[in-house]
Design a protein around this ligand. Structure first.
Ligand code: CDP
Length: 225
């Protein structure tokens, strides 16, 4: 079984996907973490952003980014070291879309992401899971929420105060990333034709998780407890 959860920045895809996976006994595949890990690796190597379009498969391989199954998801490693924390930093947030728009990077990751599905039933989240990575997914959900709600959640997630100024700045950053992700040529962010739209603006976290679990069980009664 594959459940695909896509949506814009800060819509709660990853935390929701993780909780759905735990409730249903599936593995969580956070595709954004792979884009973040490659971005972080390039930054660590001091490769200027202007040179990222020249990265080819050999160079990407040489970064030594990998993912190992851990708990009910995957842990991102750089040369064997756990980088789950650093890949969430604001510097990575700011540059990840520049990496994610490169065709060579997307092609290279496509194989890795699809391979994960050969080994386990998954809840996968990202921008193009339902449209490109797993077009045959059993259930596709497109999560949205108003930008200021997404910005507030993101600041809370980073442990930062959500005062008026920081909130306005965070709204600017996530809207900028949405623009970059939706307007790129390869695998742009968009709702798959057969995805269920779920607006979480007025839902609690538990409500949105419960709704997706319910949809999954309707699609595949075998997954009912
Ligand atoms: O959690 P948040 O929405 O901040 O982002 P994420 O899911 O960790 O993804 C980070 C970035 O990776 C996105 O802004 C996209 O540029 C890129 N991404 C992508 O292009 N395709 C995916 N399937 C997942 C992420």
């Amino acid at each position: 079984m594959i459940i695909a959860i896509d949506g814009p920045a800060g819509s709660g895809k990853s935390s929701t996907a993780r909780a759905v996976a735990e409730r249903m006994g599936l593995r969580h595949l956070d595709s954004g973490a792979f884009y973040r890990a490659i971005t972080y690796a390039a930054m660590q190597r001091g490769i200027p952003v202007a040179e990222w379009p020249n990265l080819d498969t050999d160079r990407l391989e040489s970064f030594a980014v990998s993912a190992e199954p851990a708990d009910s998801g995957f842990r991102m490693l750089l040369a064997g070291n756990d980088i789950s924390g650093p890949i969430r930093r604001a510097e990575v947030n700011a540059l990840v879309s520049a990496m994610a728009r490169l065709p060579a990077v997307r092609t290279w990751l496509l194989g890795t992401l699809r391979e994960a599905a050969t080994r386990a039933d998954l809840v996968a989240d990202g921008r193009d899971i339902g449209t490109v990575v797993f077009p045959e997914a059993d259930l596709k959900v497109y999560l949205v929420a108003e930008a200021d709600v997404r910005a507030r959640r993101r600041l809370e997630q980073m442990g930062l105060a959500a005062d008026e100024v920081s909130l306005a700045e965070e709204v600017g950053r996530i809207e900028e990333r949405d623009r970059a992700d939706s307007s790129r040529d390869v695998a742009p962010l968009r709702q798959a034709d057969d995805a269920v739209l779920l607006d979480t603006t007025h839902l609690t976290f538990d409500q949105q998780v419960a709704r997706i679990v319910e949809l999954a069980r309707e699609r595949d009664p075998r997954s009912a407890p």
